[in-house]
Design a protein around this ligand. Structure first.
Ligand code: 16G
Length: 236
C-alpha cells in the first residue's frame, strides 16, 4: 500500500474515532512526516486528497482543519434553502449578486414553458449557512407581475416563502437533475474553494397550480459539503 494512502487511512481513523474533531487544526506536513517517518511531499499528498474529499479544509496562513459533517439534503419533499438550513439548526444566509428583469433565452423559456424573449425575473444568489458559503443559485422566475420581486429584500427573505405567502403562488412539485462537475474560477471566489474542486450542478423546475412552471433554478453546490439522500420504493 502506498505510504500516502496509509497516512490517509490513519487520519481517516482519527476522525472516525473522534480523536480529531470538526474544527481541529491537524498537524503540519512536517510534523506528520516526522511522526510517521515519511517525506513532507507524501504527507502533503495525503492531506490534499482528504481536502479534495471534503474531510479537511485549508485556511490560508492558518493551516488545515477537520471539516464539519456534510450536509444531508433530502430529495423527497420539496423544500427551499432557508427551510433546509433552519431544519438543521443552521443560520441561513443570502448575498444577492444580482436581481433584474431580462428576456428569457431559449433554454430558460423551454423550461418555463414560455416564449423566448418574454421578460422574466432573474436572481443570482450566494447561499450561506452559519456564514459559510455553500451554493450559488440562479433563479429564473416567471409569473404575471414577477417584476414586483425587484422591490423585495431578498437578502433577508426566503424566495419560496415570499412566493407562497405574499404572491399566493403555492409551490407544489418540482423536477430536479443533479450532475457532477468542477468549480469554475468565478464560482471559486464566491464559494471560497480552489478552482477545480468538486461541484454538484443542480437544475430544478418548480411548479405551481395547474402544473405551471414558476421557477427554473440552476445552482452550483460545493460537492464536498453535501450528501444527497432519497428513499425509494420498489414498484409493485
Ligand atoms: C433551493 C432551490 C432553489 C430555490 C431555493 C429557495 C435547489 C436546487 N434549489 O435552494 O430553486 O430558489 O431553494 O430558497 O434545490 P429560499 O426560499 O431560501 O429563497
Amino acid at each position: 500500500m502506498p505510504r500516502y494512502y496509509q497516512l490517509k487511512e490513519i487520519m481517516r481513523e482519527k476522525i472516525r474515532s473522534g480523536e480529531w474533531k470538526p474544527g481541529d487544526l491537524i498537524p503540519s506536513e512536517r510534523e506528520l512526516g516526522e511522526q510517521y517517518g515519511i517525506s513532507r511531499m507524501t504527507a502533503r499528498q495525503a492531506i490534499t486528497e482528504l481536502v479534495n474529499e471534503g474531510l479537511f479544509y485549508r485556511e490560508q496562513g492558518k493551516g488545515t482543519f477537520v471539516s464539519r459533517r456534510k450536509i444531508t439534503q433530502q430529495l423527497i419533499h420539496l423544500t427551499g434553502f432557508t427551510e433546509d438550513m433552519k431544519a438543521r439548526g443552521q443560520q441561513p444566509g443570502t448575498r444577492v449578486l444580482s436581481a433584474e428583469m431580462r428576456p428569457a433565452d431559449e433554454a430558460v423559456a423551454e423550461r418555463l414553458r414560455i416564449k423566448p424573449g418574454l421578460q422574466i425575473f432573474r436572481l443570482h444568489r450566494l447561499r450561506l449557512a452559519d456564514g459559510e458559503p455553500l451554493a450559488i443559485e440562479v433563479s429564473h422566475i416567471s409569473f404575471i407581475g414577477c417584476e414586483k420581486l425587484l422591490e423585495e429584500d431578498l437578502e433577508h427573505n426566503s424566495l419560496y416563502r415570499l412566493l407562497e405567502t405574499k404572491y399566493g403562488l403555492p409551490l407544489l412539485e418540482a423536477d430536479q437533475e443533479l450532475e457532477a462537475g468542477l468549480i469554475g474560477s468565478e464560482e471559486a471566489q464566491y464559494l471560497k474553494v480552489p478552482v477545480g474542486s468538486p461541484a454538484l450542478f443542480t437544475r430544478r423546475v418548480t411548479y405551481t397550480e395547474r402544473n405551471q412552471p414558476i421557477e427554473y433554478a440552476s445552482s452550483v453546490y460545493c460537492g464536498n459539503k453535501y450528501v444527497f439522500y432519497t428513499h425509494m420504493k420498489r414498484e409493485q
